[in-house]
Design a protein around this ligand. Structure first.
Ligand SMILES: [Mg+2]
Length: 178
């Protein structure tokens, strides 16, 4: 039987970061100091009066519709499917309007993944698989299989999990011995 891999969407397959930064800079005309991003969330880097803006963007109906695809993720996930059972696990319930956009985004950019392998959930501690690939330590902490952290500015100083910095490194970890 193939081993199961649970792969997160945001900041792993899809890039919400660049869009959030662009929306913020367009609205307020204040450039985000990217040197302050490592180890912090975007909300902690923007002007204190504007913190709620980030969540406002995330709650917008179409926010997740047109996110950029992370480089190489399509090719690597496609190849991973030959050797693993791949599930896309995304905490979509926090942003209810993200459900349709996320579903369509997957159909558009990862059409080779069957919808049966989509898991739109609230709390990821319910997930059981052999591997979990996620940018959030809080999701990895409760996982019973092998937890792997995907680099994102906010997790730059997290040291508890093996780390991959990009999809080439995901390929090395999951496909080099296949
Ligand atoms: Mg994520």
């Amino acid at each position: 039987m193939k081993q199961r891999v649970a792969i997160d969407m945001d900041e792993v397959m899809a890039d919400p970061y660049e869009k959030l930064i662009r929306l913020y800079e367009e609205e307020y005309g204040i450039p985000i100091d990217r040197s302050k991003l490592p180890g912090r969330y975007l909300e902690e880097v923007v002007h204190p009066d504007h913190r709620s803006a980030i969540r406002r963007y995330l709650f917008a109906e179409d926010f997740f519709e047109d996110l950029l695809v992370m480089p190489d993720s399509q090719e690597v996930v496609r190849e991973m499917q030959d050797h693993y059972e791949v599930f896309i696990v995304t905490a979509a319930m926090e942003f209810p309007d993200s459900f349709g956009p996320k579903y369509r985004w997957l159909q558009r950019h990862f059409s080779f993944i069957h919808w049966r392998n989509y898991v739109f959930c609230g709390d990821k501690s319910i997930i059981k698989a052999d591997y979990m690939l996620d940018d959030h330590a809080k999701n990895l902490e409760t996982f019973s299989g092998e937890a792997i952290i995907f680099s994102s500015p906010h997790n730059a100083y997290e040291t508890r999990f093996p780390r991959v910095n990009n999809w080439q490194e995901v390929a090395e970890r999951f496909l080099s011995n296949q």
